[in-house]
Ligand binder design. Structure first.
Ligand code: ADP
Ligand code: MG
Length: 399
């Protein structure tokens, strides 16, 4: 039986030769650790021509950005691998292909997506991928519908809720999304110039009640197998293709959490663009982001409704009109969780390139204020927004 040890580059090459499924495994000669994420080791495995062919990802027994003082379960590699496999069953075209995984070594071997680019990096540069939003909507609908009670057998669903129980990673989300930004906490990472602005979050009763409600739903609503962290940095794109990676936060949670996280990251880019690009390009980029947000929601909702009409197995949930009524609740959750994503990415520890790449400090502060205020508005307004066009109108009103 394999036992956990942290891989060196040479270990990663050996492992990729064994489990990469290549016809010519001995062509793999070199590895480079490229993990720019916060948690894990990621090795690219190269052949003699210097081309990257396979990815080996290994979980460390702690949070990489913080160090050994923040231990974290190795079981996250199994959860990531099994979530990717489950999602691949229903949406292989938009899920990174897993080739092999080993629970004891906490390691995964994956297809190399080096011909794609991380969407966040492209959004920061102002590059537009007009197909990506519809593809993301399709990914969300396929993965979330097929793992929900509309489609899963109730026994299989309950077994999967157990299999995908992910207490440690969920606790990170519970703290980083719903606690830290609304209290004084050493993990928060906003500039001192924003102190009084951020203090208003702590003192806003209506906001705090709404955030408590969102956290409660995150804790208790096992609606579908979520990706759990589907932000623009977990999405690879080309002009024609979109692939989700990094599903270690996978668990059964509220559908609106995934949709809201995805939309929230598009809106962070919307808020950051005036600090990243010249005025004309920033204005165009913002319109593209709003179009993206609309397209993600409509792509998701329309496909979900079509799947529900065609494939719902539960007799009561199949009753005409129920799926549409359910999606209305998902829209409200989406808007609320989207607001919490905007706030945790600006006030909390998990800062993003969209904001960090803004060179001018006053401009960065202004974009941060915009994102925080939009987050607050959306969290409070969520129960009153009736459709996607009303959401877009609210976003425009907010500046
Ligand atoms: P973490 O879980 O530590 O956040 P990620 O899964 O986000 O790690 O991967 C970190 C980085 O490694 C990605 O941003 C990307 O640059 C690279 N990477 C991860 N998976 C792949 C892949 N399948 N193909 C190419 N690069 C990848
Ligand atoms: Mg990760």
């Amino acid at each position: 039986m394999s036992q956990y040890r942290t891989f060196t580059a040479a270990d990663a090459v050996d492992y990729a030769r064994q489990f990469g499924g290549l016809d010519d495994p001995s062509s793999l000669v070199d590895a480079q650790e490229v993990g720019d994420g916060n948690l894990n080791l990621v090795f690219k495995i190269f052949d003699q021509t210097g081309q990257s062919r396979i990815i080996v990802k290994q979980a460390l027994p702690y949070v990489r950005v913080v160090g050994e003082s923040w231990p974290l379960t190795l079981d996250r590699a199994r959860l990531e691998a099994e979530t990717l496999l489950e999602h691949s069953k229903f949406c292989p075209q938009h899920t990174v292909k897993l080739l092999h995984y080993d629970t004891d070594l906490a390691v995964m071997v994956m297809e190399d997506l080096s011909d794609h680019a991380i969407w966040r990096g492209e959004l920061v540069k102002g590059s537009y991928f007009p197909l990506a939003a519809a593809q993301l909507g399709e990914y969300l609908a396929q993965t979330l519908f097929h793992t929900s009670d509309f489609f899963q057998h109730p026994h299989a669903k309950k077994a999967d809720v157990i299999r995908f129980t992910n207490p440690e990673l969920c606790e990170m989300t519970e703290d980083l999304f719903f606690n830290d930004p609304y209290q004084l906490h050493e993990r928060n990472a906003y500039p001192a110039t924003l102190e009084s602005f951020v203090a208003e979050l702590r003192d806003d009763h209506q906001l705090r009640v709404a955030v408590a409600g969102l956290k409660h739903r995150f804790l208790s609503h096992a609606e579908a197998l979520l990706h759990g962290d589907i932000h623009s940095g977990s999405i690879f794109v080309t002009a024609t293709s979109l692939k989700a990676i990094d599903a270690e936060f996978g668990f059964y949670g509220p559908i609106g959490f995934d949709v809201g996280t995805a939309i929230g990251n598009l809106l962070i880019n919307y808020c950051a663009l005036p600090g990243l690009l010249a005025a004309r390009e920033a204005a165009d980029g913002r319109e593209q982001r709003l179009a993206d947000v609309r397209e993600v929601w409509l792509g998701f909702a329309e496909r979900f409704l079509a799947l529900a009409a065609e494939k719902t197995r539960d007799r009561a949930l199949a009753y005409p009109g129920y799926a549409r009524a359910f999606l209305q609740q998902v829209l409200q959750d989406t808007i609320g969780f989207c607001g919490t994503e905007l706030i945790r990415r600006t006030v909390g520890i998990s800062q993003v390139a969209d904001i960090k790449k803004i060179a001018s400090e006053p401009m960065r502060d202004e974009c941060l204020r915009h994102a925080i205020s939009l987050g607050k508005t959306l969290i409070v307004a969520a129960p009153h927004v009736q459709d996607i066009d009303a959401l877009i109108a609210r976003i425009r009103q907010n500046g």
